[in-house]
Write a protein that binds this ligand. Structure first.
Ligand SMILES: [Zn+2]
Ligand SMILES: [Zn+2]
Length: 416
């Protein structure tokens, strides 16, 4: 009996599709119920159902903390944020112990697909970067991430964080009485009560001693006055600033891995404001989503010149209209991929609902533009729209096409 490449591929059943891990964005909790009936369309063309794994990570935590939580949620074990990181950000090195990981066999020969919405996108990029740096030890290797599909991800930052209260001239400080400030206070109150409410909402604050079991009521009041977490460089809001995105990119984060498959799904709900201007505005028909409409208008004329330190892309003048086109939360240029087009490998493609996707290649970002779509049109809320159904079908085809490449990849790893 001869051994084929397929036989060497170490998966539970050779016909079993590689599971899809779903990583949610800012304030996203473990909300599989919200995502609805997508699996029917994801598995539209498959004989065997693809397993999906929803992972709970800190909904307001920094990318670093979220990436560490993601890794251990899948493999199991005690969340290790790293000694250097925990000392510099003044929280405990270890978080919660996860007795049973959601995919304990995760390895370079048992890789996973990742689907990430919003801040989930840079979270998976951070995970890939931490694996590359050896943060999780020698057994963790980048081929464990077979593919990344990002929807409306703020890879390069978003002006939204400043509109919500982050100081444009002094991040991570937050404007008093802003939405961001109130949100930070709410996180502290919920975290204080977390032994009672963690089954409803879980901020993963284990390494920070924030509950009524750990701190006094007076300390809670101090945190409500000025938060050591929300107003630090180790929380989601700061990681959405252009300053933080520039720092990540300058350290080499976001460089494509030659063996990972990448797709970004870029939503855009605005149109060019007028001839001769690169500013954008949403059409009145988008007022059906009033909050998205409001922020789309504000981002459509966002003044980048107020940001300190100056974002690196301002040196790439003149800025194109994609810096003002947006989905109500993230400008288009930031949703494309980490790094600018001249510093990564990318292909920007039109969407075609009717044709099956061409076989993707690893190590290249395939950028797909979805027009008349806002930040939440595709996920997380299932509305049963044709747009959602077609999109999930296309994703199902794409994932199957990537799965098909695996026997050859496996041959590479086994030296065959
Ligand atoms: Zn941290
Ligand atoms: Zn590009």
């Amino acid at each position: 009996m001869t051994t084929t490449d397929s036989d060497r591929y170490d998966r539970p059943g050779r016909n079993e599709p590689i599971p899809l891990v779903i990583v949610q964005g800012f304030l996203g909790t473990n909300g599989a119920w919200m995502w609805g009936n997508f699996e029917q369309y994801l598995n539209h063309a498959s004989r065997v159902r693809r397993k999906t794994i929803f992972v709970s990570v800190g909904p307001v935590s920094s990318l670093h903390d979220r990436a560490c939580e993601l890794y251990y949620a899948l493999l199991g074990g005690t969340v290790d944020y790293g000694m250097e990181h925990s000392i510099s950000h003044k929280h405990a090195r270890y978080g919660r112990n996860i007795a049973q990981g959601q995919y304990p066999d995760w390895s370079p020969t048992r890789p996973l697909h990742f689907l990430a919405h919003s801040m989930g996108g840079p979270t998976v990029i951070k995970l890939q970067d931490l694996i590359r740096q050896g943060h999780f030890g020698p057994t963790a290797q980048t081929p464990m991430i077979l593919s990344i599909n990002a929807i409306s991800a703020p890879f390069r930052g978003s002006g939204l964080v400043y509109l919500l209260g982050e100081r444009a001239d002094a991040a991570p400080a937050v404007q008093p009485l802003s939405v961001g400030s109130i949100l930070g206070k709410w996180v502290h109150v919920v975290s204080y009560l977390s032994p009672l409410v963690s089954h409803i909402i879980d901020f993963h604050g284990d390494s920070r001693s924030l509950t009524y079991r750990d701190i006094s009521f007076f300390t809670l009041l101090q945190q409500l006055w000025r938060s050591d977490w929300a107003e630090s460089t180790d929380a989601t809001p700061f990681d959405v600033t252009f300053q933080a995105a520039d720092e990540r990119e300058s350290q080499g984060e976001g460089v494509v891995d030659a063996e990972t498959f990448y797709q970004s799904h870029v939503a855009e709900m605005t149109r060019r404001h007028s001839q001769g201007s690169n500013f954008h505005a949403p059409p009145y028909s988008q007022m059906i989503s009033p909050l998205m409409y409001l922020y789309a208008r504000l981002l459509g004329k966002f003044d980048y010149s107020t940001i300190r330190p100056r974002p690196s892309f301002l040196s790439e003048k003149p800025l194109s209209e994609e810096f003002w086109a947006n989905d109500g939360a993230v400008p288009t240029f930031s949703q494309w991929h980490p790094l600018s087009c001249c510093h990564t490998l990318c292909r920007h493609l039109p969407v075609d609902n009717n044709e099956r996707e061409a076989i993707p290649k690893p190590g290249v970002w395939y950028v797909k533009q979805e027009f008349d779509a806002h930040h939440m049109s595709l996920v997380p809320l299932w509305m049963g729209t044709d747009f959602q159904k077609q999109w999930w079908k296309r994703l199902g085809w794409w994932l199957s096409a990537v799965d098909e490449t695996l026997p050859y990849r496996q041959a590479l790893y086994s030296g065959g």
